[in-house]
Design a binder for this molecule. Structure first.
Ligand code: NAD
Length: 440
């Protein structure tokens, strides 16, 4: 291949398809070798990735390693440890009319060439975690990093081609035109992480080829705080989950739902918890991130006027800094409640009681995550039974996605399909039904 002329999308896909057809990606030994190489890339170039993540998002090195690099390494280790077991055929009981000598089972077949499209907020983890699942399932992969995290995209493109089998893994950098051109090709699976508007574009393009999609989308993830909850702990955990990556986390608690009395007490605790995390001047904290670009900075500062400011509220356009902010007495109809916030602003909305909270949640799009802080078994049971969300976290935001054997994904407006651990094998494979009846 001539390195100076970028390969056309059609050529990339047909080259990878030829590799897949050759059978090269199917042996488990090839898959685990690719995973080990990916691991080696992450451990030997961790600092390069951390520097790129700092450049794109102002991420601290600690955060970059914890939420992106080490997170992905852990997912690789978990997959390497369990892959053989996950791939075992599963037998199915055979009905009597087929005879006692008949056998039936399912086996996992790789799908072929998979397209993974990643967003900018965790630009490394959200490209590599689906990709490693697709490789573990025996597929070839076209990886499209986000153009809005250009430094990370460039390091990924450079290092992935150096470390992985380039006949089976290709990185295509670029924005809308490049992604549109890719989407015109026939893939065997498209795995998209990002917003619902583009999710619809992806699904329409996939429909042309009857290509299955997994859509990992976002939306407003509520956090319900019950009146019996210990508010010091609640505030610490809410602030940590909300202000990580300056609130640019798909499963960040988007807003707090609680009764008016608890809201009052929680305000003071959130102020304390935020200061404990970033000091009284968060803009000087090395641990606090920045907004990805000017468009998002403008969008977010326009939301600061909703409600009464309890914490933060200040911003600096030059450095794309928005302070960790808590807004109280927020009207459910105000701008900050109309769209996913995806930034460091935490509104508190009041409801009379649990019934009203459940009604509030169910009146809106199904969230990617729902968080509940309570000591009551009845509240936990009712929330689990009466609401629908991609994931449900009692007592701790974000943590469910670090449990590799829990499926991570949305429902309704927050997406379809899931991944992580063995769920990635489900998503990136076809479960083939096999029946065998001896001829004798
Ligand atoms: P983004 O702007 O980086 O877009 C994501 C990808 O879509 C990029 O690779 C981009 O090139 C591509 N894209 C953009 N416009 C396109 C178009 N018109 N046609 C084809 N491709 C196009 O990221 P974003 O969408 O701003 O990400 C933020 C959203 O993603 C939030 O809603 C967030 O909740 C959601 N999200 C979800 C998850 C999850 O795991 N469920 C994770 C992170 C982010």
């Amino acid at each position: 291949m001539n390195q100076s002329i970028p390969e056309q999308p059609a050529d990339v896909v047909s080259r990878l398809r030829a590799t897949f057809r050759s059978g090269r990606t199917k042996p488990v030994a090839w898959r685990t070798d690719q995973l080990r190489r990916l691991r080696g890339m992450l451990t030997s170039h961790g600092e390069d990735f951390a520097a790129a993540l700092r450049e794109d998002l102002g991420k601290s090195s600690t955060e970059a390693f914890r939420t992106e690099i080490d997170f992905t390494v852990r997912e690789i280790d978990h997959t390497l440890e369990h892959l053989d077991g996950w791939l075992l055929p599963e037998s199915a009981p055979v009905p009597a009319h087929l005879g006692a000598d008949a056998m039936a089972w399912t086996q996992y077949d790789p799908l072929g060439v998979v397209l993974v499209i990643a967003p900018w907020n965790y630009p490394l983890q959200l490209l590599l975690t689906p990709m490693l699942g697709a490789l573990a399932a025996g597929n070839a992969v076209v990886a499209k990093p986000s153009e809005l995290a250009p430094a990370t995209s460039a390091v990924l493109a450079r290092l992935l081609s150096r470390h992985l089998d380039t006949d089976a893994v290709a990185v295509v950098e670029g924005g809308v035109p490049e992604t549109t051109a890719l989407l015109a090709e026939r893939f065997d699976q498209i795995f998209y992480t990002g917003n619902g508007t583009v999710g619809r574009v992806v699904m329409r393009a996939a429909a042309e080829h009857l290509t299955p999609v997994a859509l990992e989308l976002g939306g407003k993830s509520p956090a319900f705080v019950d009146r019996d909850a210990e508010l010091g702990t609640v505030a610490d955990r809410l602030a940590r989950g909300k202000f990580l990556n300056a609130g640019q986390t798909c499963v960040a608690p988007d807003y707090v739902l609680t009764d008016p009395e608890t809201a009052r007490a929680l305000e003071a605790e959130l102020a304390r918890a935020t200061e404990a995390l970033f000091g009284s001047e968060p803009r000087t904290s090395a641990e606090y991130g920045r907004i990805v670009n000017e468009r998002h900075f403008e969008r977010l500062t326009a939301l600061l006027g909703s409600g009464r400011t309890v914490v933060g509220g200040d911003s600096d356009r030059e450095t794309k800094y928005i302070a960790p902010t808590v807004l109280a007495d927020v009207d459910p109809e105000s701008p900050v409640m109309r769209e996913e916030i995806f930034g460091p602003i935490l509104p508190i909305v009041t409801v009379a009681d649990l019934d009203e909270a459940i009604g509030f949640i169910n009146d809106r799009d199904k969230p990617l995550a729902l968080y509940v802080f309570t000591d009551s078994d009845t509240t936990r049971r009712r929330i689990a039974a009466e609401t629908s969300s991609g994931g449900l976290g009692f007592g701790l935001p974000l943590a469910h996605l670090t449990v590799s054997d829990l499926p991570f994904g949305g429902v309704g407006e927050s997406g379809m399909g899931s991944y992580h651990g063995r769920w990635s094998i489900e998503t990136f494979s076809h479960r083939k039904a096999v029946l065998e009846k001896p001829l004798g």
